[in-house]
Ligand binder design. Sequence first.
Ligand SMILES: [Zn+2]
Length: 150
Amino acid sequence: MKVLDLRCGLDHRFEGWFSGDADFESQMERGLVACPLCNATDITRLPSAPRLNLSGTRESALVATQGNQDIVEPIAAAQAAWMHAVRDMMANTVDVGDRFAEEARRIHYGEQEQRGIRGRATPEEARALRDEGIEVMAVPLLPGFTEGLQ
Ligand SMILES: [Zn+2]
């Protein structure tokens, strides 16, 4: 099974499940791939990237962790799309630095207004947050990454 990121002419984004590239192309040719929202068949395939899924989550959070644990390694082909998604997320989150775990909990338990945050946490902290049902996304700290974003 292969999950493809697809987009229709009205910019609705959705996932399609296919047995492979050939299956996708064959279904496209026969007009069987349609947008679930508007039923359009002018579908474009998007470059696949590790899911960041910012908009759909109630607490969107970005954690930068040191070390390899829980880190999504972007492969070269997906890197541009991935960087773009991370930049989007950076633009839509507030940097709370080392108070990340504390802030994420306060938002989760309703002591703080809901907002997207990012910051630093250890892999242990990130795991503890997930155990409490708080969604966090771990990304590697890339060299030079924070420059030019402020
Ligand atoms: Zn659509």
